[in-house]
Design a protein around this ligand. Structure first.
Ligand code: PLP
Length: 467
């Protein structure tokens, strides 16, 4: 299987080349030429597989035979060896209608570990087997940077530089990134906000000569390997919930509710569904940065004013994976995707209506939880169920409460551990116990370079670091 761009101007590429390329060279996002279909018999065969085996089965459908089975198995084992739960992504039942898929048992306590631990191993493998130089450059609002650094620290043949906005990430996120003292890690703390960091990175990646000269590789969620790794837990969650429902499974509809920002996680769900996983509703949960809610309800997609909320990893206005969905909504018509994305760039908005909007609404539900609602739910679930939600997961639960109809069951995704976002939890006077890995961070020394928000300064830093 080969990969093509949503904008149609990239020659079909193999799997590894697609991952190395990251963003399509025509500005589009890479997608498989054909989405593999999974039959009922296959689902039956997969339903009792442990997470790692399921990963290998799904991955093999997409990897074109470019990674021998034995190597893939080693990569997967190494990726999930650092998870604190043997199941990797366990499912907890809160009541008959609500299950929580816990995605935060990796090294940095957020769901990004699931894909980025694998990506670290994968890049390291490509460096070993192909002799490729891997210089990772990325910007983060907190979780991606921490997870990516953990994924590649100390690995030979790889260097990583992460930009984060100075003083604007949570304390735990900052410590997770800056207490890593491996020589292949450079933390640039930029005096600006996340958008400034993102803009600098984008400009550096758009400069194809610079990108080639310094062997720049991306780790952001537009990379298809991240999307693919995330589809695994949709299958896993579906199987665990069906198993608990027992004989009832056939008669109950299973939904997923996914705390969303860049549309990366929920796109993985869309892909799983397109492959044939019988998910009923794909529920997009956002916070007050609710452009996706507006899109599903009205058809208007218009990035607006940035709002700071209790769930900072979802404080995003431009959902970078949205274009992938648009591509499928428009029946894989890349000319139309290019036209609409051009319109978005020039007009700042796009509008979908009629039969297309009906299709969006048949596929998704969406809710943007308010700050108040988010805190209220953290308090309610703590006191009534003794389950502590992090503020991102609380948005997921808000959307579950809004959309789970009678007789339906929803797996809400817990995208972060509450200890990572204690700033919000503390507002409710809830004292939580910190996992030892997080408590220990405060004792370690921080290493970071504070710089002005200036592309030339970043370039200078990279020229030295990547030399
Ligand atoms: C990144 C992140 C999200 C949003 O995920 P997307 O793939 O960008 O939609 C939600 N919750 C947490 C805790 C995150 O770190």
């Amino acid at each position: 299987m080969n990969y093509i761009s949503t904008r149609g101007q990239v020659e079909p590429k193999g799997f590894i080349d697609t991952v190395l390329m990251g963003l399509g060279e025509d500005g589009g996002l890479m997608v498989p030429q054909q989405i593999p279909a999974v039959t009922t018999e296959t689902l039956e065969r997969w339903k009792d597989l442990p997470f790692r085996e399921l990963f290998i089965e799904i991955f093999s459908l997409y990897a074109n035979g470019e990674i021998p089975d034995k190597d893939l198995r080693e990569l997967v084992d190494a990726s999930y060896a650092n998870f604190r739960e043997p199941e990797v992504t366990p499912v907890r039942k809160l009541d008959d209608a609500l299950y929580i898929l816990e995605l935060f048992h990796g090294p940095t306590f957020a769901f990004k570990d699931v894909a980025l631990q694998f990506m670290g191993e994968f890049y390291s493998y490509v460096s070993r087997t192909r002799g490729e130089i891997i210089h990772i450059l990325g910007a983060t609002s907190g979780d991606t940077g921490a997870a990516a650094i953990q994924g590649v620290r100390g690995k030979e043949g790889i260097k990583i530089c992460i930009l984060h906005p100075h003083g604007k990430v949570s304390k735990v996120q900052e410590l997770q990134m800056t207490t890593v003292d491996d020589e292949n890690v450079l933390n640039l703390s930029v005096k600006g906000n996340f958008d400034d960091c993102q803009r600098i990175i984008k400009e550096l990646f758009t400069d194809l000569d610079f990108k080639a000269k310094y062997h720049l590789r991306a780790i952001n969620s537009i990379n298809f390997v991240r999307i693919l790794a995330q589809t695994v837990y949709y299958f896993y969650a579906y199987f665990r919930v069906s198993e608990q429902l027992g004989g009832e499974a056939g008669s109950r509809k299973i939904n997923v509710s996914v705390p969303s920002g860049n549309f990366g996680n929920i796109f993985s769900g869309f892909l799983a569904k397109k492959m044939g996983l019988p998910i009923h509703k794909l529920i997009i949960a956002t916070n007050e940065n609710n452009i996706l809610e507006r899109f599903v309800q009205t058809g208007e997609y218009r990035p607006g004013e940035f709002r700071k909320t209790h769930s900072p990893s979802m404080d995003i206005q431009v959902a970078s994976n949205f274009e992938r969905y648009l591509y499928y909504l428009l029946d894989e018509d890349s000319a139309k995707v290019s036209e609409i994305m051009g319109h978005l760039a020039s007009e700042g908005r796009i509008f979908i209506e009629g039969e297309l909007l009906e299709r969006v609404q048949a596929e998704f539900r969406a809710l943007g939880a308010s700050n108040e609602q988010c805190l209220e739910l953290i308090g309610k679930y703590k006191s009534e169920r003794d389950y502590l939600l992090d503020p991102h997961t609380a948005c997921g639960v808000a959307a579950y409460e809004a959309f789970n109809a009678d007789g339906e069951v929803t797996a809400t995704f817990a995208t972060a551990h509450p200890a990572k976002f204690d700033e919000a939890v503390r507002l409710l006077d809830i004292a939580q116990e910190f996992p030892v890995e997080i408590a220990e961070l405060a004792l370690k020394e921080q290493v970071q370079t504070v710089i002005e928000s200036d592309k030339a300064e970043v370039t200078r830093q990279l020229e030295t670091f990547f030399a």
